[in-house]
Structures are given as C-alpha cells and as structure tokens.
Design a protein around this ligand. Structure first.
Ligand SMILES: *Cc1c(COP(=O)(O)O)cnc(C)c1O
Length: 371
C-alpha cells in the first residue's frame, strides 16, 4: 500500500474542464503573452477582489520584489526581517542593496518597529517588512518611522493575499506591496506575482520595467527586464479566483479545528487570533517550546514517521545562510526573538482539502505522542 503523505500545503486547482476553454481561447487568438486579454482581465478582477488599484501582474513574486525595489530606486541599506522566505533578502542583493536585519516581535513574528530606528544610517533608503504568515505588520508605526527618516516602504505581501486590517486590504499600505502567486500560496497562477501600486504613474513604471523598458515600437524608457506574466498563467488566475472565498473558508475551518483541539496544550503557542484582522489562513504556525513535551524537532520527526510533513518555516533564519551570515546585523545576539521563534516554530498542514480526520490525527500525535 502506497499512502501519499500529508504535506504542509497542496496547490488549489480549479476543475480542469473550467480551465480548458481558456486554453482554447488562447489557441484561437494566438496571443500568448505581452499584456494579453487574460492579463488585463485578471488585473481588473484582482483589483476588484482585493480592493486595490493599479495592480501590475508579474511572472513571479521574486521578480515582482525586484521590480518594486527598482521602481523606487532603492539602493544602499534596506532594513528587513530575517524571519521570512529567503527571496525577501535575495531580491535586495539582486538590486545591489545591502540587507540590514532587524529583530521581530514575539506575537506577530513581523519586524519589530521598536527596533528599526536604531538600525537607520545615512545609507538607509528603505524598509522591506514581510506580513509573515499573512499577519499584518504594524504599518502605522512603520509608516511614521519611514516618514520621519525619508525612507521608502515596500511590503513583501507574498503571504497576505486578501488579508484585511480594519476592513481594508493591507496591500494599500506603504509605497508598494508585492504578492506571490506561486503554486504553494493561497492564490496561485502556477508561478506568478504582482506589484500593487498606488498611482497609475507608478504602475506604468513597473509595466515598463517588466517588459524591457519598452514603451513603444521604437521607444525604450528604462533598463527593464523580462518579468511578464503569460496568458496561461493569467487564465489560471481567472479560473482560480472563483474558488478563492470558499477555499479560504475551508482553510479557516481547518484552523478553527486545530484551535479547538490544541488550545491549552502546555508548551504550545497557537497563532493569535486578531479581532481587527480578516486573515487568509495560509499557514498554521505553532510554537513548541519543549517545556512540557517533545521539542519542535522531535514533534516534526514524530509527525514525519506518520507520513505527515509539517515544515519548520522559517528555520533556518535568512541570516544563517552563507551570503548573509557575515553581515554585522546578522549576528544571533542581535536577533534574539527571531532566533527563538525559528527554533520553536512548526507549520502544520493546512489546505482546503485537508480532512477533519487528518487534523485529529495530527493533534492526537502532538497531544499524546507515540501511543
Ligand atoms: C513565496 C515567497 C516569495 C517569492 O515568491 P515567488 O513567487 O515564489 O517568487 C517572496 N517572499 C515570501 C515571503 C514568500 O513566501
């Protein structure tokens, strides 16, 4: 018997028969990329769905991050978080900027506004926070600091699709926000991403940058690259968007079930529910401090022996990778909260099709161990 393991996530796919007509249309039109009709349609649909304006689609989230940094002419030092997927910092290296790592808050796991100002130098040009696990950053305080010091703010919102704070999309905060539509994210276009701008001028700049800087047949306005979304990706987005609300509702049911079964278990911290936030339930990160049971690593191994593949996101911290480890801001003593969270965090499986029985099994293993 070859049982498939339970993975931390599973890509959402629309019914195949709903995707085929899009492909037929692409074959009919023979328009495969370069701002085709599905690109334009998806931009409009996403703007409406997310409650934003001036969204520019890109081929993936990492290129979207790089375009956002380029569009704002970010250089010098950029204050960012070590507790993220490595693409956050890599995008800075790719535009020739130096990441300066700031410690995180122990409740949201996001960059700690309290600790940002001490890291600002005359070379600092921007702040690159991440709404990690879709948990909104303290954008008000970050915005005030940025204003005081004349810094740009680019939010890596790869986890924050459809997340709202105080009833408003968090993608409206900062100078720019960047989304990822990678296969493993809440909303996917196989690969894909977007830059959310606040003005049509900025969107035009990003549009230029994602298409070699080409404005017209004989006009090139910037040293752009190729980061365009193709029509098959955009079609996938359109087919997928119809299922998004129900997918998030199913994820929420999984999260509620975890809360119900794990609440009060000593040594375990569950993700905080926030009254001002409507989340997307893309991750279910718990902290395991090992004080009353197995350590995080032991829990990970235990689940794995039962074919349940949780993930230690985001361990190791970005600052542990060799291209960052030598930076002065990367030393562990300066990032005590990030180091502790990375050592304790475990992301449990959550996706729309995860059964109640599987959630029960996962929680039983965490509660009772190998019995
Ligand atoms: C997924 C992710 C990215 C990169 O997006 P891609 O679309 O995979 O290039 C960037 N930042 C964070 C926090 C991510 O989780």
């Amino acid at each position: 018997m070859n049982k498939k393991p339970i993975t931390v996530t599973q890509p959402s796919l629309p019914p195949l028969d709903e995707f085929i007509p899009y492909l037929e249309s692409i074959w009919e039109d023979k328009w495969l990329t370069n701002n085709g009709k599905f690109n334009r349609e998806l931009e409009a649909e996403l703007e409406r769905f997310l409650g934003v304006e001036h969204l520019a689609l890109c081929s993936n989230g990492t290129l979207a991050l790089m375009l956002a940094l380029k569009a704002l002419d970010v250089r010098g030092e950029v204050i960012t978080t070590p507790f993220s997927f490595v693409a956050t910092s890599h995008s800075l290296l790719w535009v020739g900027a130096v990441p300066v790592f700031c410690d995180i808050e122990d409740k949201t796991y996001n960059i700690d506004p309290e600790k940002i100002e001490a890291l600002i130098t005359e070379r600092t040009t921007a702040i690159l926070p991440v709404h990690v696990y879709g948990n909104p950053c303290d954008d008000e305080r970050i915005g005030k600091i940025a204003q005081r010091h004349g810094l740009k703010v680019i939010y890596d919102a790869a986890h924050a699709f459809h997340v709202k704070k105080d009833g408003r999309s968090i993608l409206t905060r900062g100078d720019l926000s960047v989304l990822s539509f990678h296969a493993t994210k809440v909303f996917n276009t196989f690969e894909g991403g977007a830059v959310v701008c606040h003005t049509e001028e900025m969107k035009q700049k990003v549009k230029d940058l994602k298409n070699f800087g080409i404005r017209g047949e004989t006009t090139v306005v910037s040293a752009g690259m190729n980061a365009k979304m193709n029509e098959v990706q955009a079609a996938m987005g359109l087919a997928q968007l119809k299922y998004l609300e129900q997918n998030i509702a199913k994820r929420r049911a999984v999260a509620d079930h975890y809360h119900e079964l794990l609440d009060g278990l000593p040594g375990i911290t569950l993700p905080a529910e926030r009254a001002d936030v409507s989340g997307n339930y893309s991750y279910f990160p718990i902290l395991i401090d090992g004080s009353c049971g197995p350590s995080r690593d032991a829990a990970y191994d235990l689940l794995k022996r039962h074919d349940i593949l949780s993930r230690k996101y985001f361990y190791p911290l970005i600052t542990h990778f060799p291209m960052y480890a030598g930076l002065p801001s990367a030393s562990a003593e300066k990032l005590p909260v990030a180091e502790r969270i990375a050592a304790q965090v475990l992301c449990l499986p959550v996706y729309p099709g995860l059964s109640r029985a599987h959630v029960e099994k996962i929680c039983r293993l965490l509660r009772e161990g190998e019995k």
